[in-house]
Design a protein around this ligand. Structure first.
Ligand SMILES: Cc1ncc(COP(=O)(O)O)c(C=O)c1O
Length: 374
């Protein structure tokens, strides 16, 4: 009997996507962003696959995520991209992770936790237009860099920014780059060649070659999803994750009979309904009600009726596949595919939210081109 719900993740695909990105970015280094449990794919196996595919750095959002990668045996250079509270600082430092700074007070607090040895690497962030983390003031950012360079136990490892529109407005991304470069080059001239300059996410890595600098930070594309919301195959990327379930029930449905809460599907002609035991608690969002296809028996069938917490219903038509048949909600079956980009379009969101939204009660099974990996 198939598992109720399973996210199958092909680490071979992650490695191949990283090889594509590392090849495109070279000589810039590839930093694989594995925050949010590797965008829902499993952070530790995703990180291992990324390094195998040519990434040389890893990045996460939180101190706990950094500690989890170290506990999983990953020793690669690691950057915590997110803001760190005073309580989180010692966790990041103990994990031997680099951190991001943009205030002098933060540098002083960090220095108090610094450990002897190579020192904690610090990347100073200039906010060139994202309006989120970082300082907008290049002078303040330069003072922060000088404070890092002067602090025992800290090492000025990078100068960075983050693009707001690399996927849909390269003009604004170029303006951000034009604000970043003079400042970053000044920092490097003052503090040496070891200061790594980095700015690009996946979209900029693929779409804005002049922004690759010393390192690119790719998340979405390493998982085989498209940063421009199109078909990932157009850029040589392979989706790594499939979401699978099975037909737990198959039953006839006469005209006038309905399926699901609110009777939002009522049969007009005789058909067969299938019940697939996954729902919004698993990441199949309720807004996909009457607006999604799943793959069963190698063909697309429509999801009909309301998505509930633990079940969805599908219209199997007059010749239903047998109870127990495999169902693919995201991924490929025969010649048909359902991409995260398709769900995202239907839901008015982005592919990132689709795989991050696959709930914790869905087990992840990692394999390499079909062979199970542990
Ligand atoms: C600072 C930073 N760099 C890089 C990335 C990776 O972005 P993407 O997944 O679009 O490649 C993120 C992700 O949100 C980020 O916050």
């Amino acid at each position: 009997m198939p598992l109720r719900a399973l996210a199958r993740v092909d680490v071979g695909a992650i490695a191949r996507n990283c090889a594509v990105l590392a090849g495109a970015a070279a000589p810039a280094a590839l930093c694989a962003v594995v925050k949010a449990d590797g965008y829902g794919h499993g952070a530790v196996p995703a990180a291992r696959a990324a390094l195998e595919g040519g990434a040389t750095w890893l990045a996460v959002a939180t101190a706990e995520e950094a500690a989890a990668l170290r506990a999983g045996g990953l020793g690669a250079p690691l950057l915590v991209l997110g803001a760190l509270s005073p309580e989180e600082l010692p966790i990041a430092v103990a994990a031997g992770a680099d951190v991001v700074a943009w205030r002098e007070g933060f540098v002083a607090a960090l220095a108090a936790h610094a450990q002897p040895g190579a020192g904690t690497g610090v990347h100073v962030k200039l906010d060139t237009g994202m309006g989120r983390l970082g300082t907008r003031d290049p002078e303040e950012a330069a003072r922060v860099a000088a404070a890092v360079a002067a602090a025992p136990g800290l090492r000025l490892a990078g100068a960075m920014t983050h693009f707001a529109t690399a996927d849909d407005d390269p003009g604004f991304a170029r303006e951000q780059l034009a604000r970043f470069l003079p400042w970053a080059q000044r920092i490097r001239a003052r503090h040496g060649e070891d200061v790594r300059l980095h700015a690009s996410n996946s979209a900029a890595t693929l779409g804005l070659p002049e922004a690759r600098l010393d390192m690119v930070r790719c998340g979405i594309a390493i998982y085989g999803m498209d940063p421009f919301h199109e078909d990932p195959a157009l850029r040589g990327l392979e989706p790594a994750l499939e979401l699978r379930s099975y037909l737990a029930e198959v039953k006839p449905c006469a005209p006038g009979e309905s399926a699901g809460y609110g009777r939002r599907f009522v049969a007009r002609e005789p058909t067969w309904l299938g019940t697939v035991p996954v729902g919004y608690a698993d990441g199949v969002r309720r807004a996909l009600t009457n607006d999604c296809d799943v793959l069963v028996g190698g063909r697309r069938v429509p999801l009909v009726g309301t998505v509930s917490m633990d079940n969805v219903t599908v219209d199997l038509g007059p010749e239903p596949p047998p109870r127990g048949s495999d169902v693919v909600l995201l991924g490929r079956q025969g010649d048909e595919r359902v991409l995260a980009e398709e769900w995202a379009r239907r839901l008015g969101t982005i592919n990132y939210e689709i795989t991050c939204g696959i709930g914790p009660r869905v087990p992840r099974a990692h394999h390499r081109d079909g062979e199970a990996v542990t």
